[in-house]
Design a protein around this ligand. Structure first.
Ligand code: NAD
Length: 319
C-alpha cells in the first residue's frame, strides 16, 4: 500500500473506518473517506483526521463522484448494512447499491483504479447449500423485507462484473460474512451489539426463534486484512471473507455473557420473516488464493468490542 492513493466509499462507517486506518498504517500516501453519514458517524474517523494523507469528504455517492488527482484503488463499502437500517432506508439502500455503485465504477474507470465491491453473504439469501461456496447462486426472495439489501448487492456484483467485461475495469468482489468489532452502533439491530448492549445494561438476552439458527462471526481486523489482501491480488471472481467457526445464536449469547460478566436469562421471541437459518462461509478460495484466514479468537474480539462499548457509554451524549 506504500505510496498508493485510495478512495474509501462509506469510509466513516464501521468497517470503512477500520479499512482507512489500516491503509494509513500500511503507508498509503492518501486515503479519502467519502460518506454521507446516513448510517455512519464522523466520530469513527476522529482519530484519523490529524493523520497525514487522510481526508474526509461528506458526500452522497448517489449524486456522483469527483476526485482530484490520481487514484489507485476505489473501495466501495457505502451502503446501509444492518437489517434495521435497510428496513428504514429501503430506497436509499437500492439506490446506493445501483446508482452509487455505478458512480463508483465510473470513477474507477476514469482513474484506471482497481475497484473493490463490498458485497455480502446475503447474496446467498436463505441458502440451500451449506457451507456457502462462491459458486452457489443463492436463494433470495426478490420481494421479501430483506430484498432491498440482498438484491441491491446482487445488482452491485452484476454491474461490477459488467464493467469488468465491457469496460476493462479491474474488479475485486468480496462477499463479507457477519463481522463485529469496535465502532458498531449499539442500536443497529445486529446481534453482536444487541447482546453486548443487553449484557452491559444487565438485561436479558433477546434471542429470535429457538436460538438454534447458526451464525459465524469475524473480527473486523481479520476482515480488513482479507480486504487488503484481495485488492493487492489479481484474483477475479467473488471471494468469501468470514469466519467459518459456526455457532448457534444461543451459544453466542452465552459467549457474550461469559465475556462481559453480565446479562441474565435468554428470552425467546418470534423469528423475523426470511431470517436465514444457517450461515457459514466456505473460505477455501480466500485460504488458497489470498493466504487468508481469520486469526482473532471470538473471546479476544468480544473483549475488545465490549471495551469499546463501555467507553462509548461513558462519553458525553452525541459524541
Ligand atoms: P455501516 O453502516 O457502518 O457503513 C456503511 C457506510 O456507508 C456508512 O458510514 C454510511 O453512512 C455510508 N453510506 C451509505 N449510503 C451512502 C451513500 N449514498 N453515500 C455515501 N455514503 C453512504 O456498515 P458496515 O457494517 O461498516 O458495512 C460496510 C460495508 O460492508 C457495507 O457495504 C455492507 O453491506 C458490507 N457488509 C458488512 C457486513 C458486516 O457484518 N458488517 C457484512 C456483509 C457486508
Amino acid at each position: 500500500m506504500r505510496g498508493k492513493r485510495a478512495v474509501v466509499l462509506g469510509g466513516a462507517g464501521f468497517v470503512g473506518s477500520h479499512l482507512c486506518e489500516r491503509l494509513l498504517d500500511d503507508g498509503a500516501e492518501s486515503v479519502i473517506a467519502v460518506d454521507n453519514l446516513i448510517t455512519g458517524n464522523e466520530q469513527n474517523v476522529r482519530t484519523l483526521k490529524p493523520r497525514a494523507g487522510f481526508q474526509y469528504v461528506k458526500q452522497d455517492i448517489i449524486d456522483g463522484l469527483e476526485v482530484d488527482g490520481p487514484v489507485d484503488y476505489v473501495l466501495n463499502l457505502a451502503s446501509p448494512a444492518s437489517p434495521i437500517d435497510y428496513a428504514n432506508l429501503p430506497l436509499e439502500t437500492l439506490r446506493v447499491g445501483s446508482i452509487g455503485t455505478e458512480n463508483a465504477l465510473k470513477l474507477a474507470e476514469k482513474k484506471k483504479a482497481v475497484f473493490l465491491m463490498a458485497s455480502t453473504s446475503e447474496v446467498y439469501g436463505d441458502p440451500l447449500v451449506h457451507p456457502q461456496k462462491e459458486d452457489y447462486w443463492g436463494n433470495v426472495n426478490p420481494i421479501g423485507p430483506r430484498s432491498v439489501y440482498d438484491e441491491a448487492k446482487r445488482y452491485s456484483e452484476a454491474i461490477s462484473a459488467a464493467y469488468e467485461r465491457s469496460r476493462g475495469v479491474e474488479v475485486r468482489i468480496v462477499r463479507i460474512f457477519n463481522t463485529y468489532g469496535p465502532r458498531m452502533r449499539l442500536n443497529d439491530g445486529r446481534v453482536v451489539p444487541a447482546f453486548v448492549g443487553q449484557a452491559l445494561k444487565g438485561e436479558d438476552f433477546s434471542v429470535f426463534g429457538d436460538g438454534s439458527q447458526t451464525r459465524s462471526f469475524c473480527y473486523v481486523k481479520d476482515l480488513v486484512d482479507g480486504l487488503v489482501r484481495l485488492v493487492l491480488s489479481d484474483v477475479r471472481g467473488p471471494v468469501n471473507i468470514g469466519n467459518p467457526r459456526e455457532m448457534t445464536i444461543k451459544q453466542f449469547a452465552e459467549a457474550v455473557r461469559a465475556a462481559s460478566g453480565g446479562g441474565r436469562e435468554i428470552v425467546y421471541h418470534p423469528l423475523p420473516k426470511d431470517d436465514p437459518k444457517q450461515r457459514q462461509p466456505d473460505i477455501t478460495r480466500a485460504r488458497t488464493l489470498l493466504g487468508w484466514e481469520p486469526k482473532v479468537l471470538l473471546e479476544d474480539g468480544l473483549r475488545e468490542t465490549i471495551a469499546y462499548f463501555r467507553e462509548v457509554a461513558g462519553r458525553p451524549s452525541g459524541t
